[in-house]
Design a protein around this ligand. Structure first.
Ligand code: KG4
Ligand code: ZN
Length: 338
């Protein structure tokens, strides 16, 4: 079994992909960012409705671009956890309908397991290095996971409050930069001074956990102060973005490298939407080189949500003989590993 159809509707991206093993034949992502921008964040009911409207054309486009017909698909992988339940069920219903009509095996995939595999999509012939350390930095999660084998993960640390991407989105909203905030801050930070403001870093020494809510509050206070003073200029906003972003990067880089050394792995992957951040990428690369770690970061279109990573994770599960039943459910919260 090699030709897998992947479906991802856990949040605000409607996505379908066809993979052949780990080789991506097509990956279509219809972003709902414009829809949610006017509210400054994802509105679950609106997300679910838009998935209903868009999933069929997105599926068709994925098949067309891959140059395969539905009859050639050999298995289906669908994100079933964690995520917005109303959004997840749209993808799950489609996967079940296709599996039933075509008499195909299907599996439910953990969204973060998809992200974990996203680091291995661009070089499908290279073996996946186990064990490796995976830093997942997305809008909903910040986790350090030790990947020991396919489906065999150990959670080393996670955020105790806000996820890294969530902090980017909240700070961007505070500064009136729109949704999603990560790309806007990434762009503005390039012209700002990362040492202009000294924001706190929560090191949580002795653990691999993270905390970003103190940083977010510190930025809020600074913005309020500058607004009251009437000195919140465009240049100051760029400095705020650069300084805030640097505080996040310092912690992510140091803690990921330290965990890799502690667990004696030689490969580090950084995945999820925040991994698309240019400054994070270059500083992570520098630190990994110094620590003699091999660093894998997916290209930006595989950092953010996509169905190719879900199809890839599902491929290994199907290959191992896993099969979902037609009572496969959506779950808002579910740990990837303990
Ligand atoms: O992985 P993802 O697409 O969705 C979730 O699973 O949450 O991640 C989305 C998050 C958002 O918080 C977004 O602001 C952030 O990734 N993001 C970025 C960048 N691009 C997306 N954060 C920092 N810099 C970026 N370039
Ligand atoms: Zn994601």
């Amino acid at each position: 079994m090699r030709l897998i159809l992947g479906i991802e509707t856990s949040c605000d991206e409607t996505s379908a992909a066809v993979v052949e093993g780990r080789r991506v034949r097509s990956s279509i992502v219809a972003s709902q960012a414009d829809l949610h921008a006017r509210w400054g964040g994802v509105v679950p009911e609106a997300a679910a409705r838009q998935h209903v409207e868009r999933l069929n054309p997105v599926l068709q486009q994925a098949l067309d671009e891959a140059g395969v017909s539905l009859r050639e698909i050999e298995g289906i992988a669908v994100t079933n956890r964690p995520g917005l339940v109303g959004a997840l069920v749209v993808g799950i219903a489609a996967a079940k309908a296709l599996a039933f009509a075509l008499n195909l095996p299907f599996v439910g995939v953990h969204h973060l397991e998809g992200h974990l595999y996203s680091a291995f999509l661009t070089d499908p012939d290279a073996p996946i290095p186990f064990p490796h350390l995976c830093l997942i930095v997305s809008g909903g999660h910040t986790e350090l996971v030790l990947a020991k084998g396919h489906g065999d993960y150990q959670l080393l640390g996670q955020t105790l409050d806000d996820a890294a991407g969530e902090a980017f989105d909240k700070v961007a909203r505070l500064l009136g930069l729109g949704y999603p905030g990560g790309p806007a801050i990434d762009r503005l930070a390039r012209t700002g001074d990362p040492s202009a403001f000294r924001f706190p870093r929560a090191w949580l020494e002795g653990s691999h956990h993270f905390s970003f809510s103190g940083l977010k509050t510190a930025v809020l206070r600074e913005v309020e102060r500058l607004r009251n003073e009437g000195t919140l200029s465009e240049a100051t906003i760029a400095d705020l973005c650069a300084s805030f972003q640097q505080a996040i990067i310092d912690v992510l880089v140091a803690k990921a490298v330290r965990a890799a050394q502690e667990w004696q792995v030689s490969v580090l992957t950084v995945v999820g939407g925040v991994a698309a951040n240019a400054a994070l990428q270059s500083q992570m690369r520098e630190a990994a080189d110094k620590a003699c770690l091999q660093l894998l970061i997916p290209p930006p279109h595989y950092c953010t949500d996509n169905a190719a990573m879900i199809a890839c994770a599902g491929y290994y599960r199907l290959l191992a003989g896993e099969r979902a039943d037609f009572d496969l459910d959506a779950h808002a919260n579910a740990p990837l590993a303990k």
